[in-house]
Design a protein around this ligand. Structure first.
Ligand code: ADP
Ligand code: MG
Length: 475
């Protein structure tokens, strides 16, 4: 029997707001434990939560980027449960009327396009953290994370393999960073994933009991955990045992998943609308101010269409929005698209790498790089010369391109008359080599070209030298 996997992912994405979802406490990661909490996060009696407008804006932006419907009116619900890192005894979350409804994302998996539908995206607050490895025999509670805004993005069970799950996660990770709504830092827990997995006979449409996998917070772990779980379920089914609906914890060291708890139901949480918060009501004029930038798929198509960039090159420039913006600025300042892409990916990336810096933090302004590339386009600078100038610009970003070309003696001479006279001088100076070339030693052309370029102090356009020299010698 052939089985296929049915997978739905729940992503928890921390929003990059300065303050928490319902309190003014800061959200910065890595501060001393419990130094970023406030009476509201701690659930003191008598306090009132106040909604962070920026978090709503980010949720709307994200929803629109996914082509989702934005719910104009949504309740915040209390999800009640006890846990030491949840002092209020409930998490404020959303349910069926979540702010993000529907939407899709398109993935490329092994060259095949796949569309995954989104069920919903809810705006909610994060819980605190239990710290198990700090005090021997005891657990510490750090509430800095309590109240940090999250979007829980729930996919439909449209994913069919571990590889597709990873691609889905990577695409979302790229999108939230591109939109600037999350730093996506997976080590710090800003981008977390739970995976729901079931299997069924290939071709069947049924949805079988699913297992929810927790604690899989890297792309590699998602792939490993899902594959392990598919295999575990296949073995159960093939030996005639049922798959229990449950929550399992992935152990990356043991490379196994273990039962954590049997799956709870929504009723167990005794959800009800938070009486301290008004329903969220979004007005059209406020919504109209949330502008969606050109999104990665459209931008990639534009790069391929307008500049004939290949897939890899377009994807390279789209690694971050800042880098794509830089590329666009270089092109707007007069550089040819393909040339700009090649230089950014090649020489500029090499310099950034050598300086241990990110490419988008390059000190070379877009207008400066464009000026350099324009000299290259106009043939007044050779590629080798441009590399030297760029190297200098990296260290001295305010220097003028024209000034450096002059100072380094790199101005390329294209004038036929001038080059012709250098060619004549060299032909006169090397009669033996000229005779050798004419008697069939073709490689002498390289030597003579070299001599002309040397005579020009490296300024003669090598192609022109070659053409004129050949015309003289062959003619
Ligand atoms: P719950 O409220 O119980 O968590 P949700 O509707 O939020 O249920 O679904 C949780 C996730 O489980 C979703 O991503 C969904 O796509 C996925 N899912 C639902 N049914 C199945 C199934 N049979 N197999 C795999 N994943 C599933
Ligand atoms: Mg759920």
């Amino acid at each position: 029997m052939q089985y296929e996997a049915v997978i739905g992912l729940e992503l928890h994405i921390q929003l990059a707001t300065e303050s928490k979802l319902f309190s003014p406490a800061p959200t910065r990661f890595g501060a001393a434990p419990n130094s970023q909490t406030n009476e509201i996060d701690l659930g003191y009696p008598g306090v009132l939560p106040v909604l962070n407008e920026r978090a709503v804006e980010y949720a709307v932006l994200f929803g629109r980027a996914l082509g989702a419907h934005i719910n104009r009116r949504a309740f915040f619900m209390r999800k009640n449960y006890f846990y030491p890192d949840l002092p209020k005894g409930y998490q404020i979350s959303q349910l069926d009327d979540s702010i993000i409804q529907g939407g899709t994302v398109t993935l490329q998996v092994d060259g095949i396009e796949r569309t995954v539908r989104i069920n919903r995206g809810q705006l909610e607050e994060d819980a605190g953290k239990s710290v198990h490895d700090h005090f021997p025999g005891a657990t510490g509670i750090d509430l800095n994370r309590a109240g940090v805004p999250l979007i829980e993005l729930v996919s439909e069970p449209d994913i069919r393999s571990a590889a597709e799950a990873v691609e889905y996660m990577k695409t979302m990770h790229h999108l939230v960073r591109y939109l600037g709504i999350s730093d996506g830092n997976m080590q710090e827990g800003s981008f977390r994933c739970d995976a729901n997995v079931s299997i069924r006979p290939k071709g069947s449409q049924e949805l079988n009991a699913r297992v929810e996998l927790k604690n899989i917070n890297s792309f590699r772990f998602v792939e490993q955990a899902i594959n392990l779980e598919i295999e575990r379920q296949r073995e159960l089914v093939e030996s005639g045992r049922p798959v229990e609906q449950e929550t399992r914890l992935f152990d990356a060291d043991a490379l196994e998943t273990r039962t954590m708890r049997s799956k709870e139901n929504a009723n167990d949480y005794r959800y009800f609308p938070d009486p301290d918060l008004l329903p969220l009501q979004l007005e059209e004029d406020w919504l109209a101010r949330v502008l969606v930038p050109e999104l990665p798929p459209a931008r990639k198509q534009r790069y391929q269409r307008d500049y004939q960039l290949d897939d890899d090159s377009a994807a390279y420039l789209l690694q971050t929005r800042a880098l794509a913006d830089y590329f666009d600025a270089v092109v707007s300042a007069g550089a040819e698209g393909k040339l700009a892409a090649n230089w950014i990916q090649g020489e500029l990336a090499r310099l950034a790498n050598a300086a241990n810096q990110s490419l988008e933090s390059t000190p070379v302004a877009a207008a400066t790089l464009a000026e350099l590339l324009r000299s290259l386009q106009a043939n007044t600078l050779s590629a080798a010369g441009a590399k030297k100038v760029l190297q200098r610009l990296w260290d001295e970003p305010t220097a003028s391109v024209a000034g450096l070309i002059e100072a380094l003696g790199l101005r390329q001479v294209n004038d036929d008359g001038q080059i012709q006279s250098w060619v004549a001088d060299i032909i006169a100076a090397y009669p033996e080599q000229v005779a050798a070339y004419r008697s069939g030693q073709v490689k002498m052309l390289g030597f003579l070209t070299g001599q002309v370029i040397k005579l020009s102090k490296g300024q003669a356009n090598p192609k022109t030298v070659n053409d004129l020299l050949k015309a003289q010698l062959d003619g």
